[in-house]
Ligand binder design. Structure first.
Ligand code: FNR
Length: 412
């Protein structure tokens, strides 16, 4: 309400409130490559569009005169009570959006009490991100390396740095076909700043530089290495590294180990042995996969299609949600991402059974436009929008949300 009044009083918000305008303005200030990387998706971006369109097939049916003066958005998740059913999704190479990168976004999340999910491909080491957050909740997202030792090392570092859950991403054992990046001859996460967790890892450093035959990358990597050399030269003090071949060797090593395309369900139990933390699997769309994850002792499921960046033509994430919720049947929390832009979107996902949602691109846009303050504004706006939508729908808390709040089909 305070936010709303501030807006009405003509106080200029630090970032556009409207989600489309936020995207437009942010893309305009980003480099061509950063914009392509963040906004882009797989193929013709049909699934990027489908993620949004899916929300329009559900309508909210508001109820009147139910005393909604006191509202409560809090939700409990893995022993924490969160102020709202919202987390910041793991996003790699945040330095593309703003030099302050992950620690700035993490500080904004911490100030709002919203968990920050740090990416394996963060621009800063996970310890530095943690240090920016105090005691605020944080999770670590894992790309399963070809080296189990490296996976165990990442998980151990995350535990030591106070991360409270491991999110293992299953939908990116191969990198999707992303024409916008390919046309620029470029894979951004191969820049030094997407490899901070690797370059600082003792296991990674001890791996032979010949490791791997680039199982997860194709031709695009070549352009990226050229780009890397260029950007390396552009920064003072790194030329020696290059001359000694160390930097390129490290990049080659990264390409060889960052992801494991032959990963199967039989591997998951090993992760359980390496950590006491709750483990969530991210990228689940099929209900049978969700069931399998629960049977293997996973502690949570994130329904997601990676924001449409992996399989063009994949089912919209929201369309996949109800069947996954039914298959999981309350045994573990089901989280959701891919396409969340407004409070009404969050409300719909919760009504369809999500315990909480993760926000992707919009917070990157906030970061690009105004750094930490921009991320904070995006979070605050979204929570305020959800709060008003909940109350105006005639509901007071998340416990009041269910399928009966929605009507299927548009009115158009
Ligand atoms: C991602 N996503 C992602 N996911 C993950 O598990 N690890 C990662 O490193 C990244 N990196 C990443 C970079 C960029 C630029 C984007 C846009 C996305 C996927 C992300 O966590 C989330 O699933 C989607 O962003 C959700 O979709 P929306 O909210 O962007 O529509």
């Amino acid at each position: 309400a305070v936010l709303y009044l501030a807006g009405m009083a003509g106080r200029r918000p630090p970032v556009p409130v409207d989600a489309d305008e936020l995207e437009r303005r942010a893309l305009a200030v980003m480099t061509r490559r950063a914009a392509a990387y963040v906004a882009g998706g797989a193929g013709l971006e049909r699934t990027v569009a489908a993620n949004r369109a899916a929300f329009d097939r559900w309508r909210i049916m508001p109820r009147m005169l139910r005393d909604v003066a006191q509202r409560d958005l809090s939700v409990s998740l893995f022993g924490r009570t969160l102020p709202a059913p919202l987390l910041l999704a793991p996003i790699g190479v945040l330095e593309m959006a703003h030099a302050a990168a992950d620690p700035a976004a993490a500080r904004a999340a911490a100030a709002a009490g919203v968990p920050f999910v740090a990416s394996s491909q963060a621009s800063r080491p996970l310890e530095e991100i943690a240090a920016a957050m105090g005691d605020a909740p944080r999770w670590f997202q894992l790309y399963w390396s070809t080296s189990d030792e490296l996976v165990a090392s990442f998980v151990g570092r995350a535990e030591a740095a106070g991360y409270e859950a491991i999110v293992v991403t299953l939908d990116t054992t191969l990198l999707g076909w992303r024409p916008r990046d390919l046309d620029l001859g470029y894979l951004p996460f191969l820049r030094a700043r997407g490899m901070a967790n690797y370059f600082t890892d003792p296991v990674f450093r001890s791996l032979p530089s010949e490791a791997g035959e680039r199982p997860a990358l194709g031709l695009g990597a070549i352009g990226s290495i050229v780009e890397l050399v260029r950007s390396w030269r552009g920064r003072g003090g790194r030329v020696e590294d290059l001359r000694s071949g160390e930097a390129l060797a490290a990049v080659r090593r990264f390409i060889g180990v960052y992801s494991r395309p032959d990963l199967t369900w039989d591997d998951l139990p090993r992760l359980r042995q390496w950590t006491r933390l709750p483990i969530l699997v991210k990228g689940i769309l099929h209900p049978a996969d969700a069931r399998r994850a629960v049977e293997l002792g996973m502690d949570g499921v994130v329904v997601s299609n990676h924001g449409g960046r992996q399989v063009d033509g994949a089912v919209a994430a929201l369309d996949a949600l109800p069947a996954v919720v039914a298959a999981v049947d309350g045994r573990v929390p089901v989280l959701f991402d891919s396409g969340i832009r407004t409070g009404a979107d969050i409300l719909k996902a919760l009504c369809l059974g999500a315990r909480a949602v993760l926000l992707g691109r919009p917070y990157v846009y906030g970061l690009a436009l105004a750094g930490e303050a921009g991320v904070r504004a995006v979070i605050d706006n979204l929570i305020a929008d959800l709060d008003l939508t909940l109350g105006l729908a005639g509901r007071r808390s998340l416990a009041d949300l269910g399928r009966e709040v929605l009507v299927e089909g548009g009115f158009d």
